[in-house]
Write a protein that binds this ligand. Structure first.
Ligand code: GLA
Length: 394
């Protein structure tokens, strides 16, 4: 499936739906999903990630209401929720409204007066595919409501606010990567982020390189147990290292030498989780340098090593993702392939020479079907801009 520029028709559709449901003249915003090129489970350890925003995203339209009520219609779920001014649920319900309501909660916590509003949400980020559908909803809602409230907020602060909504309201213990790239993405660029300082630099993705995302169709969820278990294992290993060297505030501060000296005190699986993160940080910084220097061979090798580490040390891959990565490796035009996102299913990211991309997509789908019996969805994406207004979009 090739992904065209569907932003404008999407925006006018959302506007139309909004007018039909609620009347009024809504403001419309779009926030992207993301694909992570390298740097997995490093964000909550204060480390490095290198994602790109993609041209799949979520639209949020918003108009103010004079009755103080909050009404939200999800075009994806074909379902609405409505609350009186003082009736917003204080806790999650494990359903889609948790994401927008979590953002309303976090905005109020930040002292921002959110007026009553009507909102339509509509998105095309595949759910549970590891492409950050949740962060795209959160950030789209946040920018729409900030605009309605007439409040200014810096992009990094918006990302942190949305992470807080997901951590504390939705109850998923994600790091900052997804919300950050949904705010700061740039067209045709990947972004190297230092998840501790939140400083970042952009690296252009060359025009002759195509970003191909292959959905294994195995659903992943970060609200599910495995993500949290990995986080706990990483914390356990970090605490042991910190016990020996006080300077290790987060695993990002630890070196391979530290792990060699004290890793023997950890359970074997905990040691391997830590080894993944320490080596992944090194690979991610090296990958950003390789991309900036145009050394695609090196970038591809680092992505391959990252997949092996994610599979063997972090044990966050699955059989289908390994099959997808192995199949890609044998196809002409491949620069690098690995499982992307939180793990345990979802999508692989493939950097492919543009001229070989069409054939690559077809062959990858065929090989995956032959090996698994599963019909994969394979998308050719473009690195895209972070959240923005599509006010004049239709
Ligand atoms: C999910 C989380 C991110 C990050 C990745 C793994 O996408 O939301 O914060 O931890 O998994 O790299």
């Amino acid at each position: 499936m090739a992904k065209g520029n569907e932003k404008m028709p999407g925006a006018s559709l959302v506007r139309e739906i909004h007018e039909k449901h609620f009347g009024g003249d809504p403001r419309v915003f779009l926030a992207p999903g993301r694909v992570n090129l390298i740097g997995e489970h490093t964000d909550y350890a204060g480390g490095f990630v290198m994602p790109a925003a993609i041209d799949f995203g979520t639209f949020a339209s918003a108009s103010a209401r004079s009755d103080g009520r909050v009404e939200i219609w999800s075009q994806n779920f074909k379902e609405g929720v409505a609350f009186g001014a003082d009736e917003l649920p204080g806790t999650r319900r494990k359903r889609w409204p948790d994401y927008p309501l979590g953002v309303v909660w976090a905005l109020r916590e930040a002292g921002i007066e959110v007026p009553g509003f009507s909102m339509v949400l509509e998105g095309d980020v595949p759910l549970g595919a590891g492409l950050s559908s949740s962060a795209s909803v959160e950030v789209a809602v946040a920018v729409a409501l900030l605009s309605l409230a007439g409040a200014e907020m810096e992009r990094t602060a918006i990302a942190k606010l949305c992470q807080k909504a997901e951590n504390e309201y939705v109850g998923a213990s994600c790091g900052i990567m997804d919300q950050f790239i949904a705010c700061h993405g740039a067209e045709d660029h990947a972004l190297l982020l230092d998840c501790r300082s939140l400083q970042y630099r952009l690296a252009p993705i060359p025009r002759h390189v195509s970003v191909v995302i292959a959905n294994t169709m195995v659903k992943h969820s970060i609200a599910g147990g495995e993500y949290g278990i990995r986080r706990a294992e990483v914390e356990e290993g970090t605490a042991i290292l910190r016990g020996h060297r006080g300077g290790i505030a987060q695993l990002r501060d630890a070196t391979l030498e530290d792990l060699e000296r004290w890793g023997g005190e950890m359970a074997e699986n905990v040691m391997r989780r830590c080894r993944h993160i320490i080596t992944e940080n090194l690979r991610t910084v090296a990958a950003a340098d390789a991309l900036a220097a145009g050394d695609l061979k090196k970038l591809g090798d680092l992505m391959a090593a990252a997949h092996v580490s994610y599979r063997d040390d972090f044990e966050a891959s699955c059989e289908e993702a390994d099959i997808m990565v192995d199949a890609a490796r044998c196809l002409p035009g491949l620069i690098g392939a690995r499982l992307t996102g939180g793990g345990f299913g979802g999508c692989t990211v493939n950097l492919v020479e543009e001229e070989a991309a069409e054939r690559f997509v077809k062959q990858l789908g065929e090989e995956y079907r032959a090996a698994t019996g599963i019909e994969a969805e394979i998308y050719r994406c473009h690195a895209s801009a972070g959240a923005h207004s599509v006010e004049n979009g239709g």
